[in-house]
Ligand binder design. Structure first.
Ligand code: SAM
Length: 291
């Protein structure tokens, strides 16, 4: 049987993924191989000529097959990178997207304009990616993060522990603001941040197979027009924000105007800004309460 070196496997898998139309074929090949061989990605290149043993080849074979059928690599290897942090991931939570890093960036910028301890609420936390990235980069942040899905919160818990943030991130299970008890928790926040489900019925049907068949529908779908969760957050957020505080929401590419109108209807925000992402799509809405 021909010898399979790391180099040969990387090249073959990259080509296979390219033919199958898998996103970022080289990166996907590197992630799978480094996962199986328990090596850092860079070590694949420093050990390029090393031959790979049969048991590991068999494991790789299985994962390559599944990835070739559009199963996301992040789920196959059980981890991903977000805001330069390694996070655990399972199929119970959405795979954090690069677009969401823009939301985190704006949140950290906002917090840095303020002083003292800052109270933050991360609704729909999923893997906890937003809460962890904020807490890691803004040491005076105290965060309550909620999600309706217990299994997703278990993943968030692993990520909070992995990054030693248990003292500053409290995870609560429930519907949006419901688990926040003003008498026990802080009642008003300096920042409320949320990347909610925002996919409409029509968009849901058109999602790529790797998203539609593998990521939780409850993390994606938000009613016929995709605005169900925004409607509820916009109505309630004012009750939970301090004066001069901010609500920051990730939005779908065509939802800027609709979400702006929902925020205006709430009549508690004085400044609403819609920002585009690196693909020039509407992506982040920031609304501030008056001082
Ligand atoms: C788009 S994902 C975002 C996850 C993570 N914040 C991120 O940016 O990758 C939406 C999350 O909202 C949660 N969710 C859906 N409906 C909810 C609700 N009514 N209350 C709280 N969480 C909800 C889902 O379980 C899912 O984890």
């Amino acid at each position: 049987m021909a010898e399979w070196t790391i180099q040969k496997l990387l090249n073959w898998t990259t080509e296979h993924f390219t033919e199958k139309g898998i996103d970022s074929p080289r990166l996907s090949a590197e992630l799978l191989l480094s996962h199986i061989l328990e090596l850092k990605r860079i070590e694949l290149y420093t050990q390029y000529d090393k031959s790979v043993a049969k048991p590991q080849l068999d494991k790789l074979h299985d994962l390559v097959k599944r990835a070739g059928q559009s199963e996301p690599v992040a789920y196959l290897v059980g981890k991903t990178e977000f805001y330069s942090l390694e996070l655990d991931i399972t199929q119970d939570c959405l795979i954090p997207r690069p677009e969401t890093e823009l939301l985190v960036e704006r949140a950290i910028e906002f917090l840095r304009t303020r002083s003292d301890k800052q109270f933050v609420c991360d609704l729909c936390t999923g893997s906890g990616c937003i809460a962890v990235a904020i807490a890691k980069n803004y040491p005076a942040a105290n965060i309550i993060a909620t999600d309706i899905c217990d299994a997703a919160l278990s993943v968030a818990e692993c990520n909070v522990e992995k990054h030693q943030l248990k003292e500053r991130i409290k995870l609560l299970c429930g519907d949006l603001f419901d688990p926040v008890i003003p008498q026990l928790d802080v009642g008003k926040f300096d920042l409320i941040i949320c990347n909610p489900p925002y996919v409409s019925a029509v968009e849901f049907e058109k999602l790529d197979k790797n998203v539609k068949d593998y990521e939780p529908k409850s993390a994606l779908y938000a009613g016929t027009d995709g605005l169900d969760i925004y409607r509820r957050i916009c109505k309630k957020a004012g009750d939970f924000l301090k004066p001069g505080a901010a609500l920051m929401l990730e939005i779908g590419y065509a939802q800027g105007q609709a979400v702006k109108e929902l925020l205006e209807e709430a009549q508690c925000f004085e400044k609403i800004i819609i920002e585009k992402d690196f693909h020039n799509n509407d992506r982040v809405v920031t609304a501030k309460t008056s001082k």
